[in-house]
Write a protein that binds this ligand. Sequence first.
Ligand SMILES: NC(=O)c1ccc[n+]([C@@H]2O[C@H](COP(=O)([O-])OP(=O)(O)OC[C@H]3O[C@@H](n4cnc5c(N)ncnc54)[C@H](O)[C@@H]3O)[C@@H](O)[C@H]2O)c1
Length: 503
Amino acid sequence: MVTEQVFSLNPLTGEKHAIPTNLDHSKAIDDFVLKNKDKPIIVVQGLGFVGTAMSLVCANAINGDYAVIGIDLPRPNTYWKIKSINDGHCPIVASDKKIELFFNQAKEKGNFLATYDPYAYSKADTIIVDINLDVQKQSNFEKDLEGFDVDLGPFKKAMSTIGENCKEDVLIIVETTVPPGTCQKVVQPIITEALEKRNLKSDAFKLGHSYERVMPGPNYIDSIQNFYRVFSGIDPKSEVATETFLRTVISTKEYPLTKLSNTNSTEIAKVLENSYRAMNIAFITEWSRFAEEAGADIFEVVHAIRMRPTHKNIMLPGIGVGGYCLPKDPLLASWARQNLFAGAPLGMSEEAVKTNDKLPLYAFEFFAKKFGGKLAGKKVLILGVAYAPDVFDTRYTPVEPFYNYLNKEGCEIILHDPLVSYWEEKRLEIETSFDKILDKEDIDFIVIGTGHKIYRNSSALVNKVATQENIFLFDPIGVFSDENIQKMKNGLGTIKVLGRGNI
Ligand SMILES: NC(=O)c1ccc[n+]([C@@H]2O[C@H](COP(=O)([O-])OP(=O)(O)OC[C@H]3O[C@@H](n4cnc5c(N)ncnc54)[C@H](O)[C@@H]3O)[C@@H](O)[C@H]2O)c1
């Protein structure tokens, strides 16, 4: 039987690569290990936003000399990264110069290989788990969250693959955001059973959990290497091994590690941190709407409150909550409480997700009402598609539902983002030159989608709105100073900032 060739598209270059049909990559792995024979081997499972950067940090460890093998699945959306790394091309385009630098240093040293072959796990002294663990929401942005589920299946399979291949005394560090309870109730039993099946010692492996807040923006590498870390181990030997390892890759002198007493605690810490943030955003949304109705300026109000040291982290409203973590982590926690500990749902945290998921709809309805009438045929320029300022990550970006609503109304949409040239989820090419996009003359509406630095108080943008008749600027994020808002208001165009009452 002839199997059909499957391809993987590199979104950075537009090249299509055939996924190898023979997935035996053992020779390349053996050669790599031989070439790096004096170095401990780290295998990073998952070459996504976190795993690729973590691989680079390990390959450029501050207190160690490691050889790193990054492993991902040979799928159309991932294979290109493996190919790109092994061809010597960095698979990440980031505003952080350290990404390219670390990649080039690893290339020079020859201590970074990428693969799809689980044989790599057999060579590992340390395995770092950076794969995704998704929540399946039964909702869309227009409807309330009606239910959700967590399918642990793919994660369990990934753990089994490790157990079927790893050394008996390997150190496994789980960095994936997991439902609290997972290391104790899922990972440990899977690895133990798999080692027993292979007639290996099942009490020699070490299992740690550690999390970070990776920000794929200008401080991408530093968000891993130069930042605080929380960790724990499944038992005392795992705790020591995890700590010893982390000290070799993180600047722990400047950013001391925080040890928690067990893996349930660190797993809770991770999702609580994100749930707190999600809740904070949902909370201010309610008040932002009230302020809007009352003709009050929520920005002015929040800045006044932030003067008090006790209230420094009160949030500002926005177009919505995106990224991989905030829209799902409160749900992971609630799922864990119900399914791994037979407890009640985390109602407030679920409610926060529900509220946040509907923010883009609210922003759109507000926009449609304010500038209203018929949107069909109007030319709308959206500035920014990434989910957060100065990052290139578009996963679950709130701009996507906003874009969809405009599309449904029959608008002609033009997209700009300085950091995203291809919007993977929408399969759309994006203009990255700000000058080029601002030169366009026949735009009816401009919407700030992301608070990128380039848009913040941009004089070119202010001038465009101030000097062009019949142009409407909608800012659901708040990227302009009072002075610039005034300049636009005094000019020919119109500006409306969500949450700023009469402005
Ligand atoms: N800023 C962040 O995105 C951030 C920060 C901290 C922690 N985390 C957590 O880290 C984890 C990874 O996040 P991400 O943003 O890198 O996700 P991602 O989706 O970008 O990357 C995950 C990668 O793992 C791969 N993968 C899945 N199953 C695999 C398997 N069995 N073997 C090998 N590879 C496999 C996927 O193909 C994908 O490339 C998530 O749990 C996330 O919550 C993310």
